[in-house]
Design a binder for this molecule. Structure first.
Ligand SMILES: [Mg+2]
Length: 165
């Protein structure tokens, strides 16, 4: 189904380079936090993320966190990576994502939503009418519901071609 097809599918955040953004006319990224920049429910980015952030910023790619997390927790993480953030974004609902795009002053086609989950990030970007970049998750979650979602994602990924290989 087209709604579940991201515009790009990459291995991880490090495959997302300034060149990739420039080649695709992307000026700003709305970044998911959990399992995209950090291990689920931790407050620190995984190794290399801080360097990745400064590399992207040096290339004038604007970065923002757009997470479904609650403000108390996201505030701490955002401070640790020193990025502006939008909390409780209710992805896949499009309203807060669209509000973020508008607040940042970008056109929809200049922004991409980056994340590890099909049912929140990819679907959220689709509903908001912005491009989506789907990444493999950093670490598998424990809950049964998550395992179920990951199983469906795996099936869909089987038919996708990664843009970074
Ligand atoms: Mg996530």
């Amino acid at each position: 189904m087209k709604i579940f097809k991201p515009d790009f599918y990459l291995k991880n955040i490090f495959s997302l380079t300034p060149e990739f953004c420039k080649n695709n006319g992307i000026k700003a990224l709305l970044l998911d936090a959990d399992n995209t920049l950090c291990i689920y429910h931790t407050n620190y980015p995984v190794d290399g993320v801080l360097e990745w952030i400064s590399k992207m910023q040096q290339a004038d790619i604007k970065l923002y966190i757009l997470s479904n997390s609650k403000p108390e927790r996201l505030k701490i993480f955002a401070k640790n990576v020193n990025l502006p953030y939008f909390y409780m974004s209710l992805k896949p609902l499009p309203f807060k994502t669209l509000k973020a795009v508008k607040a940042l002053g970008f056109d929809k086609q200049e922004v991409a939503l980056v994340g590890d989950q099909l049912f929140t990030d990819v679907l959220g970007g689709k509903f908001a009418g912005i491009r989506t970049i789907w990444l493999d998750y950093i670490r598998e979650e424990e809950s049964k519901f998550f395992k179920f979602k990951r199983k469906i994602e795996k099936r869909i990924k089987k038919n996708l071609k990664r843009s970074d290989v």
